[in-house]
Ligand binder design. Structure first.
Ligand code: GDP
Length: 402
């Protein structure tokens, strides 16, 4: 099984060292690659700056849909792992928009001698916002604290508390030294008090697989070809077939899929990730979302989201543009419920009048009718971008309403 891993944590807590260790111990390093890997590790480190998000980068977005892996792989007993690109601040927004970097699992590195630091919380927040549900914690640099159990337990206590505020529970914690190789691949003889799995054993337990989800097809464009109407778009979830009875929302148009086309041929079915043309006798619009009549997409004019603001301010009553899938609609900030500290996940203020740069908040948006889905259910339609002249923030949908 192929698993995409992202490694996060405060600067200098040992991410690059861990990558080196994973590659080394899994014997994935060949002579010629040592230098390449060192360079990559440096690069990886730079990306971790929680730098500000500058300008728009719409150009970069376009049809960019490939998974960004760094090209570095290591093996477990069961799985083959690819290290995915890190969600730096800018990358984070890009990822939210394109769903590009899909890590299946995250490893949060916390140095035992320092404990929780600023980026520990910020990265946990990003991981949570990206919808990565499987997270494990490596308590690193145990050699610097004489491999003492009390230090591990107290770090674990603090980090568990932090993670629970982001909705993580039952997280596995591994005491380790990336430098010495303790509990990464090899069980450490220096921490006999620890009976749990090594990091690679934790990773090997990860379950990845597509959940069965209702089909959603996002409309990009419509064409007339040989007196047939072709609706072009992308399947963001599930599977669609010719003969399916479908509905497009918010247009409310119902119909039957007559045929499905791709460049150069016809299709028997279209699955998640496929860009296809659907032949149907109806007029629909860009921004519409199509689903089965029996499990239809529901248009909404109000929803609860969690957003992070990258620049400017946002006040109750502000009007801006909201982008979700191919939909572009006007929206209004109806209520700012809670301002959230993006380092700790704590609610710092209820019903604030406004939020500013780098603030996160739960916000009720009212909008022109569109289809959004809960991020936890269909992430591709559960992330949105806020635009005021340019992209100023992004978020995920927590609850759909009305
Ligand atoms: P990053 O910024 O998170 O990628 O951290 P690095 O991997 O560059 O590590 C930062 C410093 O901590 C380097 O000097 C490493 O040699 C050191 N380091 C990393 N892991 C360990 C460890 O397990 N034990 C000790 N003693 N030092 C470590």
């Amino acid at each position: 099984m192929n698993v995409n891993v992202v490694i996060v944590g405060h600067v200098d807590h040992g991410k690059s060292t861990l990558i080196g260790r994973l590659l080394y111990d899994s014997e994935s390093v060949t002579e010629g690659r040592v230098e390449e890997i060192q360079k990559l590790a440096e690069e990886y480190k730079k990306r971790f700056e929680f730098a500000y998000f500058i300008d728009s980068f719409d150009d970069e977005l376009k049809e960019e849909r490939t998974i960004d892996t760094t090209g570095v792989m290591f093996k477990g007993q069961k799985n083959l792992y690819a290290i995915t690109d890190v969600p730096g601040h800018k990358e984070f927004i890009k990822n939210m928009l394109t769903g590009a970097s899909h890590a299946d699992v995250a490893v949060l590195v916390v140095a035992a001698d320092e404990g929780i630091r600023e980026q520990t919380g910020r990265h946990a927040f990003l991981i949570h916002m990206l919808g990565i549900k499987q997270l494990s914690v490596l308590v690193n640099k145990m050699d610097l604290v004489d491999y003492r159990q009390e230090v591990f337990e107290s770090t674990k206590g603090g980090v568990s508390k932090l993670l629970s505020s982001f909705g993580y529970s039952g997280t596995e914690f591994v005491p380790a030294s990336a430098m010495e190789g303790d509990n990464i691949y090899k069980t450490s003889p220096r921490m006999k008090w620890y009976q749990g799995p090594t990091l690679i054993q934790v990773l090997d337990r990860v379950q990845v697989g597509k959940e069965l989800r209702p089909p959603r097809f996002v409309v990009q464009d419509t064409y007339s070809v040989d007196s047939q109407r072709l609706v072009v778009g992308r399947v963001e979830s599930g599977t669609l077939r010719p003969g399916d009875d479908v509905v497009f929302q918010p247009s409310g148009v119902m119909g039957k899929i007559k045929d499905m086309k791709v460049f150069g041929g016809e299709l028997e079915k279209a699955e998640q990730g496929d860009s296809v043309g659907i032949v149907i006798d109806k007029q629909v619009n860009r921004g519409d979302v199509c689903g089965l009549l029996e499990a239809p997409p529901v248009p909404t004019t109000e929803f609860l989201g969690e957003a992070v603001l990258l620049e400017k301010n946002l006040r109750k009553g502000d009007r801006l543009e909201l982008r979700c899938g191919t939909a572009r609609v006007g929206c209004q900030v109806k209520e700012i419920r809670e301002k959230i500290n993006s380092e700790t996940g704590e609610v710092v203020e209820r019903q604030p009048a406004q939020i500013g740069e780098n603030d996160a908040a739960t916000i009720v948006f009212s909008a022109e009718p569109l289809v959004v889905e809960k991020f936890s259910e269909i992430p591709e339609l559960g992330r949105f971008v806020l635009v005021k002249d340019r992209n100023i923030g992004a978020g995920v949908v927590l609850e759909t309403g009305k």
